[in-house]
Design a binder for this molecule. Structure first.
Ligand SMILES: Nc1ncnc2c1ncn2[C@@H]1O[C@H](COP(=O)(O)OP(=O)(O)OP(=O)(O)O)[C@@H](O)[C@H]1O
Length: 310
């Protein structure tokens, strides 16, 4: 069932077009991934959806109903976890969550119980410590607790794992999956394609304010089934000229990491042989070759010629 339908959304800031005729459909009950590099237009889309920003043109329908400014009934169904931490540093975790819960009309013991539940859910204790003493990961988790205290029908998370430790990241990923299993529809924006691959059903890749590809991760990878990717470990990388290597017909992209070369090769032209000859001509020893699984990062690179985190 269609839950959100965004059609021909347009938003500019002066001369900068942030969103250009963007179209998205989000199904009820899914974890939808909005993937794109910095400046792609993810936050602008999310902020319009949450009525924090006004659109210039286009339509946003939630459950088939056009989203109107200050629509309290729709707002009550949404939970928002903004990119910038929206917590009060001089308040405890419980005080923070209770404050946000009260904005959604929760009161008294019900408010306290739901706030404690939300804290428990993200793995935080209701201690007397002020939030300013928390680690980055704890603050991010608290930010999420504030967004889910009122049991939203739709949770929108804008890059919730920026700059945190792997343990908190894993905790956040698990919590989102559990929330979704309990019936919450989730929109997850990020430029970390591993996260999108791990938790999202449907994905839209956006760039320069437009959707450049959308679908399941499998269908997106179908865009580049004409490529093979290899990781080649060599004894010495200093003699290799990236331009020369990239210039070999059929070699789509080359990337260096320590003494490893990541190479994407057009399946039809299959120039692995030329690639190996190039290395052996320079007396470079190949220590290992592994075939790599294609990722959404590869899809993005293939569609735009750029990396997600350039
Ligand atoms: N308030 C604003 N004033 C002027 N330009 C803005 C404003 N907000 C966003 N932009 C511009 O709109 C474009 C899209 O920005 P947006 O923040 O939506 O991207 P994003 O995908 O969320 O990127 P990031 O991951 O860096 O947050 C960028 O070019 C940005 O500089």
């Amino acid at each position: 069932m269609k839950y959100i339908e965004i059609s021909n959304l347009f938003k500019s800031f002066g001369d900068v077009t942030a969103i250009e005729n963007l179209n998205l459909t989000i199904e009820k009950g899914e974890i939808f991934g909005l993937l794109g590099p910095n400046g792609a237009g993810k936050s602008t889309t999310i902020n319009i959806l949450c009525s924090l920003l006004e659109k210039d043109r286009g339509s946003i329908k939630i459950c088939n109903k056009e989203l109107r400014k200050n629509d309290a009934s729709t707002r009550g169904k949404l939970g928002i976890v903004p990119q910038d931490l929206a917590i009060f540093e001089d308040m405890t975790a419980l005080e923070n969550v209770m404050f946000f819960g009260s904005l959604y009309g929760l009161k008294g013991q019900d408010l306290k119980n739901k706030a404690l539940e939300a804290l428990n859910f993200v793995g935080l204790e209701a201690t007397k410590k002020l939030s300013k003493t928390f680690s980055g990961g704890m603050k991010r988790r608290l930010n999420i607790a504030c967004g889910i205290v009122h049991n939203p029908e739709l949770l929108i998370l804008d890059e919730p794992t920026v700059g945190i430790d792997p343990q908190s990241r894993n905790h956040i990923m698990k919590s989102i999956k559990t929330l979704n299993k309990n019936g919450c529809t989730v929109i997850y924006t990020t430029h970390y394609m591993e996260e999108v691959e791990a938790i999202c059903n449907n994905i839209a890749i956006i760039d320069k304010g437009k959707v450049i590809a959308s679908g399941t991760k499998e269908s997106l990878k179908g865009f580049i089934t004409d490529k093979n990717k290899f990781e080649v470990m060599v004894n010495d990388i200093t003699e290799i000229n990236e331009k020369e290597l990239g210039g070999i017909r059929g070699i789509d992209s080359v990337e260096f990491k320590d003494n490893r070369i990541l190479v994407s090769i057009d399946r039809e032209i299959n120039s692995l042989n030329e690639f190996i000859l190039y290395l052996t001509d320079k007396s470079i020893k190949i220590l290992d070759i592994q075939s790599k699984v294609l990722t959404l990062e590869d899809v993005f690179l293939n569609l735009t010629g750029r990396k997600l985190r350039d």
